[in-house]
Design a protein around this ligand. Structure first.
Ligand code: SR1
Ligand code: MG
Length: 418
């Protein structure tokens, strides 16, 4: 294995000319390849490489956080976890993630299928464009990866070995532990909320002791409840779409965590897009229609998660938890049903908590979302952010008493009008 060296558009052709999988995918003559760096995320280099016979994505980890620079080192091994998560997700929900063509651990690079003409979901949401079936497809993805990556499905040795493998993703989990669960709730050095109009509300949130306790309860779930292999960073920037298809990318934050983590973070992102829509879609009727659609996506995502998780419970429950030998095989099918409903209710409570915390950290913490950050008028931006912060507070504090996804949707609507 050769020593790591970051690629550039100028060096990529020469450096990767010998990679058979790449030559096979785009054509063998590296001199004909055209390379552009398109990474707009917080961490990595991402290249599109086009040859005479096709194009691929080359993603390479940098030894530091791209968003901040080399003052914040970050290990290259995250590419190893991303690769391992991608191949497991492909196994658990085939075709929903980019196909991996080649992985080079020493160079921390993955060559993968280029999704085309897909764009990042966040851009689609900001443009007010719908994606057919988005809720169903991603809800099923979340359910399949959650169920099939857990003790409900895997054998005990397999699950324990995999838990040990992903336990090495320490530094990326540390980012989430600090940036998501802790920093927003005190005056942390890396925080940057861009709207001084929010100062009063931010101070109020930081005085809310119940909120700070709940955020740490949720963090405890994150650190210690290794129920399933989570994507770890499922937001609108980790989904690529056309008008009719959605695919999931970027699982470098993969870790064993709570069943409700991915779907909760995603719902938090949809709620921010909902509250920001008015600033991006000029026509009020079009905006209202689009906002209704976002809320439908949230409802569909949870409904699909419940339906798919339930189907897998009834048809693929082969792991060590809730064994059929205790329930169905003893004529206790109703008890199995009750256990399933109890588990789904717990997942929903977590969904609500994680969604609220995600909304807080995307406004108060280091890493923001473009839906809010690109609102040029500071007062409009602050008003949208304030709605998100208050909704997040309610979702966290009242997570155990919400009656269901309809209650979250009603709260979002109330925040918009009230
Ligand atoms: C320093 S990394 C900041 C954020 O970017 C990633 O996409 C994750 O969401 C992380 O929290
Ligand atoms: Mg990412």
């Amino acid at each position: 294995s050769s020593e790591y060296e970051a690629l550039s558009p100028e060096t990529l052709g020469t450096r990767l000319a010998g990679v058979e999988a790449l030559r096979g995918a785009i054509g063998g003559n590296a001199a004909d390849w055209s390379v552009s760096e398109v990474g707009d995320g917080n961490l990595n280099l991402v290249f599109i490489v086009e040859g005479g016979e096709g194009s691929v994505i080359v993603k390479q980890a940098l030894p530091y956080v791209r968003l901040v620079g080399d003052s914040w080192p970050l290990p290259l091994k995250r590419a190893f976890f991303e690769y391992n998560a991608l191949i497991r997700q492909e196994d658990r929900d085939p075709g929903r993630t980019p196909r991996v063509l080649h992985f080079d651990e020493s160079q921390a690079l993955i060559i993968m299928e280029r999704l085309q003409p897909h764009i990042i979901l966040r851009q689609q949401l900001m443009a007010g464009r719908r994606v057919t079936d988005l809720g169903r497809v991603i809800g099923e993805f979340a359910a399949r990866t959650a169920f099939r990556g857990s003790d409900l499905s895997m054998t005990a040795p397999e699950k324990k070995a995999d838990t040990a493998l992903f336990a090495g993703n320490v530094e990326l989990c540390d980012i989430t532990e600090s940036l998501v669960f802790t920093d927003p709730y005190f005056d942390a050095p890396r925080n940057r909320h861009t709207s001084p109009q929010l100062d009063g509300l931010v101070a109020e949130l930081r005085r809310d002791e119940a909120l700070k306790i709940s955020a740490q309860h949720m963090k405890r779930a994150f650190t210690s409840r290794g129920e399933t292999l989570c994507h770890g960073d499922l937001h609108a920037g980790s989904i690529m779409v056309t008008d009719g298809e959605a695919r999931v990318i970027d699982p470098e934050f993969a870790f064993y965590g709570p069943f409700g983590f991915d779907i909760g973070m995603l719902v938090g992102n949809y709620l921010m897009a909902y509250h920001a829509a008015g600033a991006h879609i000029a026509d009020p009727a079009a905006c209202a229609g689009f906002q209704d659609w976002i809320l439908e996506v949230i409802a569909d995502t949870w409904a699909a998660f419940v339906a798919e998780f339930s189907l897998l419970w009834h048809t693929e429950r082969t792991g060590i938890l809730y064994p059929r030998t205790l329930y169905e095989d003893q004529g206790h099918g109703l008890a199995s049903e009750a256990a399933l409903q109890g588990l789904l209710a717990e997942i929903f409570v977590d969904l609500s908590g994680f969604a609220g915390i995600e909304m807080h950290r995307r406004i108060l913490g280091l890493a923001h979302v473009a839906e809010l950050d690109t609102i040029a008028d500071p007062d409009i931006r602050a008003a949208c952010e304030a709605r998100c912060l208050k909704l997040g507070q309610t979702l966290v504090n009242n997570r155990a008493s919400l009656s269901g996804i309809g209650a979250i949707i009603a709260l979002a609507r109330r925040g918009e009008t009230g």
